[in-house]
Design a protein around this ligand. Structure first.
Ligand SMILES: [Zn+2]
Ligand SMILES: [Zn+2]
Length: 109
């Protein structure tokens, strides 16, 4: 279901027609403000409850231990990244550790 104008999935305040594909086939709406923030933050959106999480890219990258992963994220540093996740810390605390601790490879880059 795709709506041309919908509430921003990240801040849930602005109505916007801008959207990004966070997973193959999954489109979320992201307003201008949040897209700006996505330049310096990684944004994850929980596909179960719809909660959005933001983490500064610098912090995320500096915590990565895996050099390969780190390199992949450095490449993505200047890009706008909004990722969909299956569950968030509130839905499934264990799964989220896997996502945010040693985040999946950045497939969108
Ligand atoms: Zn927004
Ligand atoms: Zn959730």
């Amino acid at each position: 279901m795709f709506e041309p104008l919908a509430k921003c999935n990240v801040c849930k305040k602005e109505y916007t027609s801008m959207h990004v594909e966070v997973m193959p086939g999954t489109i979320v709406h992201v307003c201008q403000n949040c897209l700006e923030k996505a330049k310096t933050n990684f944004i994850w959106i929980c596909m179960s409850c719809g909660k959005a999480y933001m983490r500064p890219k610098e912090t995320v990258i500096s915590r990565l231990r895996d050099p390969e992963l780190k390199r992949a994220y450095m490449i993505c540093e200047d890009m706008v990244i909004v990722q969909g996740i299956d569950a968030c810390i509130e839905c499934d605390p264990e799964t989220i550790q896997a996502y945010m601790g040693s985040i999946q490879t950045a497939a969108h880059c």
